[in-house]
Design a protein around this ligand. Structure first.
Ligand SMILES: NC(=O)c1ccc[n+]([C@@H]2O[C@H](COP(=O)([O-])OP(=O)(O)OC[C@H]3O[C@@H](n4cnc5c(N)ncnc54)[C@H](OP(=O)(O)O)[C@@H]3O)[C@@H](O)[C@H]2O)c1
Length: 275
């Protein structure tokens, strides 16, 4: 198949590489994209398209892997460009947003949710798929490190699964970093670390690793936390925890521009913002 990948980000490029390893030709759309995305796409050997006409000509399937806050707008742009074929949205969005994307994308929509780091080796990363065409879409990923798993016919189940998973992992990360900032504000960090060493083995090191692992991506987690909050609230459950997690990540968002940020950088932004 000819598959369009919008866009080859850190995760997206590995989704495209699995498509390529599975025998498909992968193309990407270069307009408005950064040098980083261009370098990733060209290194992976994807075909660059400069115009929508080039992108959509003879296209068999489209895979969307972009910041969650841009997923619906991107689906609208694709539909307005005249494409209505198979559309796999693999972004971290709520079931409600997945349904909204489905309405825009049309009857060949497939819902997706990715769990794990960018898929550079087998066994690390899974792409969950749902909707009437989920089984067919799973077959697009027959080789390569990303494992595709169909989880049912409901066109929002894959997103629901992703929301549940990230609610715990990224919610917990935000809580842990906020606790480190609180201890700093109250000048009890040494005492807290001492107590953790007695009763919460490994938590101090985990908070440092969490800071390094999330700082550069926090800007993207803001919308993901809001999607998670909306998912809880749509089921009558409290969403405030993840609204606060969005606030934590919003304060950390400027760290996208800081080289190799660590816990000290995170604490500075949590406590002082970028003032
Ligand atoms: N990275 C992970 O470990 C991971 C894990 C699980 C799930 N995911 C999911 O995968 C998706 C993308 O992740 P990623 O790691 O590939 O992100 P990323 O590295 O930040 O890349 C995002 C890609 O989307 C493009 N982009 C930026 N702003 C955009 C906009 N407003 N509209 C359309 N495209 C835009 C970027 O282009 P520019 O370079 O021009 O900015 C880049 O090519 C998200 O939904 C995320 O939740 C990622």
């Amino acid at each position: 198949m000819n598959v369009a990948l919008l866009h080859p980000g850190d995760m997206g490029v590995t989704v495209g590489e699995t498509l390529k390893a599975s025998g498909h030709s992968v193309r990407w759309f270069s307009r408005d994209r950064s040098a980083d995305t261009r370098i990733r796409a060209e290194s992976a050997g994807f075909s660059g398209c400069e115009t929508p006409a080039e992108l959509f000509s003879g296209l068999d399937a489209l895979v969307s892997v972009c910041p969650p806050g841009a997923a619906l707008e991107q689906a609208r742009w694709v539909r307005n460009s005249g494409y209505s074929g198979p559309y796999l949205d693999a972004n971290a969005v709520s079931p409600a947003t997945a349904r909204a994307i489905s309405e825009v994308a049309g009857p060949q929509f497939v819902d997706g949710g990715i769990i794990g780091p960018p898929a550079r080796q087998p066994g690390t990363t899974r792409l969950y798929l749902s909707g009437p065409a989920a089984e067919q879409a799973a077959a697009w990923f027959s080789a390569g490190p990303l494992e595709a798993i169909a989880v049912g016919a409901d066109p929002a189940s894959a997103s629901a699964l992703k929301m549940c998973y990230a609610a715990y992992t990224k919610g917990l990360s935000a809580l842990l970093l906020n606790v480190r900032a609180l201890a700093e504000a109250e000048s009890v960090t040494p005492a807290l670390l001492e107590e953790w060493s007695l009763s919460q083995a490994g938590l101090a090191q985990r908070s440092e690793l969490t800071a390094r692992g999330t700082a550069g991506k926090a800007w993207r987690f803001v919308d993901e936390m809001l999607e998670i909050a909306a998912t809880f609230e749509a089921c009558g459950l409290p969403g405030g925890f993840h609204r606060s997690a969005a606030d934590v990540y919003q304060r950390m968002a400027p760290l996208k521009a800081v080289a190799d940020p660590n816990l000290d950088d995170v604490l500075q932004y949590l406590l002082n913002g970028d003032r």
